[in-house]
Design a protein around this ligand. Structure first.
Ligand SMILES: Cc1cc2nc3c(=O)[nH]c(=O)nc-3n(C[C@H](O)[C@H](O)[C@H](O)COP(=O)(O)OP(=O)(O)OC[C@H]3O[C@@H](n4cnc5c(N)ncnc54)[C@H](O)[C@@H]3O)c2cc1C
Length: 331
């Protein structure tokens, strides 16, 4: 591993001063933020990133808070541990999808070390991206090797010119719950961004990134509004029985009155480079009861437009099955 400077600031302001300015192109990528370190250190060991400076966010007090305001909304600090989110009573009772998604991440050890910010900002798991010697388009090369290669785990929606899927379990659950990200920058101060708009498709923004964060910005917290009358759930399918990333995942939030769906938010994981919101399926669910017919309709509309690659067509029926399972759970 290349030698680097490890800095532990005591405040967010100090951390921001250690980052390159938004127009400092020469220093872009030379400074990396360190939360739980699980993903960053793997990337450094594989020489995928070689920062000159690593800024330790764990030395900043208060970034790990989990707070519920009197109105019932939830604030999760970027340094909140995944296990703390999974185990928090209010999160489990009021925002079940978020607690369930946190509980589906990796293993107990990973959840005890991994943080919310690190989980949302982790880099893709595509094996071409992770291979030190494969200069794929995500690392400044010319080609997405998964497109004509081994693409079992890649995107069926929103792909091109790269076909990564977003690996986070928490991202779809938080988007389904209408979460808002808070970002602090050295120049712009604080800005709120709907979490749905935080993630970017490879065809938007920069192909080298997966979100809207500029080089001088830090994700500081995520706020989830109170959702009176809503129920939510997160359903994940993994290839093996022990810990693994999702092959398909569904986050579903519904407001049901008298057995009829009044509002719906449906977000897919592991099928696209971003958490994939299914607005047509959501609209079709409103006014219906949860039954086999509504599940079939939602499944068909949610996967409309999917363009599977050679080895990942299975993700369509798999995800449709998960939608049915999520609806049944909330029935
Ligand atoms: C074996 C294994 C299995 C896993 N399985 C799953 C799984 O099933 N589901 C799942 O969702 N995840 C899974 N993960 C991913 C794991 O949850 C993430 O690696 C972890 O959440 C990263 O969190 P961290 O706090 O360690 O982040 P770090 O490694 O410290 O950071 C990750 C990235 O985010 C950036 N970053 C961190 N915090 C911030 C911030 N506040 N603002 C801006 N950028 C930031 C860092 O610079 C870095 O690029 C797995 C990881 C491993 C190693």
């Amino acid at each position: 591993m290349k030698a680097f400077e490890f800095v532990s600031p005591n405040t967010l302001e100090q951390a921001l001063e250690l980052l390159p300015g938004p127009r400092d192109r020469a220093r872009e990528g030379t400074v990396k933020l360190f939360a739980g370190g699980q993903d960053l250190l793997s990337e450094m060991k594989e020489h995928l990133v070689e920062p000159e400076r690593v800024v330790n966010l764990k030395s900043i007090p208060g970034l790990d808070r989990i707070e519920v305001d009197p109105g019932g909304s939830l604030t999760l600090g970027a340094l909140a541990k995944l296990s703390a989110i999974e185990e928090h009573t209010h999160v489990r009772e009021r925002f079940a999808a978020i607690a369930q998604a946190a509980g589906e991440v990796g293993s107990v050890q990973i959840r005890n070390q991994g943080t919310l910010g690190g989980n949302l900002c982790q880099r893709p798991r595509c094996w071409y991206y992770r291979h030190e010697q494969a200069l794929c388009i995500k690392k400044g090369g010319a080609e997405c090797f998964s497109y004509g290669g081994l693409n079992k785990y890649n995107a069926i929606l929103g792909g091109g010119p790269t076909y990564i899927v977003h690996p986070s379990d928490l991202a779809p659950a938080l988007v389904a719950c209408g979460a808002l990200a808070t970002i602090r920058g050295s120049q712009q101060g604080e800005r709120p961004v709907e979490l749905e708009r935080f993630f970017t498709l490879p065809s938007e923004g920069s192909i080298l990134r997966e979100n809207v964060l500029a080089s001088d910005e830090i994700l500081t917290s995520v706020r989830v509004p109170a959702m009176p009358g809503w129920k939510s759930t997160y359903v994940k399918f993994r290839e093996r029985g022990s810990y693994d990333f999702a092959l398909g995942a569904v986050a579903l939030a519904l407001r049901i009155e008298g057995g009829t769906i009044r509002e719906a938010r449906l977000v897919l994981g592991a099928v696209a480079p971003i958490p994939w919101r299914c607005e047509k399926a959501e609209a079709a669910l409103v006014g219906r009861k949860i039954d086999a017919e509504s599940a079939k309709l939602a499944g068909a509309l949610a996967l409309q437009g999917a363009e599977p690659l050679k080895y990942n067509g299975y993700k369509i029926p798999l995800t449709q099955g998960l939608i049915t399972k999520a609806l049944r759970r909330l029935a």
